[in-house]
Design a protein around this ligand. Structure first.
Ligand code: ASP
Length: 342
């Protein structure tokens, strides 16, 4: 039976055209171009419909509100379609993929984010292939999760990061292998894919929780961060050196982290290295972080850590529960030994 896929067009380079102030999303032109693409009418393609987010955005302008809008569009059409393709700008696609992976609870359908580095309206572009392949993947029974397809690779959405501003292979998933590779054929790596979950699909909308990201650098003056770290933020993702190390000079950071933890702020330790994992306690410079109450993010990306904090707070969980869940995989976003859906 022919599959039905819903394309949700949110904006981004894929559907942009030149305007007097540079590339900007152009809904009408994009719809016209898509309707003229013979590949999309090919009998081997799933049948598809497209709905637009209003307004269409450059993804730099995407916020929690748009994540909720996209999530709601999927939830409203969940039973009518076999899969979903989300056309999105590349700049924040990894964040949106991470957020949707958490928000779409008990999701069993393929939700594939894609976009392009060159708009479809240009002669040379990567939009056509990304869209065609994403549609085929969204119609495949093997995929039961939120993924990002780009430049020949299908990646777990909450493991991705954008690593190139101009390469046509712009995304990577440094701590988890590709779920599929599109060469002459689309080769699925079945062992890497999440199995279908039991239970009824539900959408968790997100609240705009105050969250911060701090990147440690040599010479950082921690005292400048004291008031936001201890008074304003509910969660802080701290990008540390290597396996979770912070500068120890002047004992400046630890009292702040201790105070933040006591005030109820969660401090999640990630690494500035895209590949590898945080191992709190491996070095003297990281042991103290643990003692001060910081939580190891292991090999989670900053993008997924931010999205997971939004999600867990929005679920209204107890503080203990949030702490436990931050250290454990809930959607395959980190390489902890077990995964427990929530
Ligand atoms: N600024 C664009 C966006 O993220 C870049 C892109 O789509 O590639 O919407």
């Amino acid at each position: 039976m022919k599959k039905h896929v819903l394309i949700i067009y949110t904006g981004g380079t894929i559907g942009m055209a030149k305007t007097s102030s540079g590339y900007a999303p152009q809904g009408k032109t994009f719809h016209d171009l898509l309707n003229m693409l013979p590949e999309l009418q090919d009998p081997a393609m799933p049948s598809w419909d497209m709905v637009d987010m209003d307004p269409l955005l450059d993804s730099s302008n995407i916020t929690v509100r748009e994540w909720n809008t996209i999530g709601q569009m999927i939830a409203d059409h969940y039973s009518q379609y076999d899969g979903f393709v989300i056309l999105h700008g590349t700049d924040t696609m990894a964040y949106t993929a991470s957020a949707l992976s958490f928000m779409l609870r008990k999701n069993r359908k393929p939700v594939i984010l894609t976009g392009s580095q060159i708009p479809l309206c240009e002669l040379r572009n990567d939009a056509r292939d990304n869209l065609v392949t994403a549609l085929l993947i969204a119609a495949n029974d093997a995929v039961h999760e939120v993924c990002l397809y780009f430049g020949g690779k299908l990646l777990r959405g909450n493991r991705t990061l954008k690593y190139s501003a101009d390469d046509l292979v712009a995304f990577d998933s440094p701590n988890y292998p590709p779920l599929a590779e599109a060469g002459i054929h689309i080769r699925y790596h079945h062992k890497m894919l999440l199995p279908p979950v039991e239970g009824e699909f539900a959408l968790q909308l997100l609240q705009n929780i105050p969250i911060g990201v701090i990147k440690v650098f040599p010479g950082i003056q921690f005292d400048l961060f004291q008031s936001i770290m201890t008074e304003k933020l509910k969660g802080i993702v701290i990008e540390t050196f290597g396996a979770g190390n912070i500068p120890g000079y002047a004992d400046a950071l630890l009292p702040i982290i201790r105070k933040a933890s006591e005030n109820g702020t969660f401090i999640i330790v990630c690494s500035q290295c895209p590949h590898g994992t945080v191992a709190l306690g491996a070095y003297e410079t990281s042991s103290a972080l643990k003692e001060a109450g910081a939580i190891s993010g292991y090999d989670i990306t900053t993008e997924a850590a931010v999205a997971k904090l939004y999600y867990l707070f929005s679920r209204g969980l107890s503080r203990d529960e949030i702490r436990i869940r931050m250290m454990r995989s809930i959607r395959g976003e980190m390489s902890t030994p077990d995964r427990a859906e929530i």
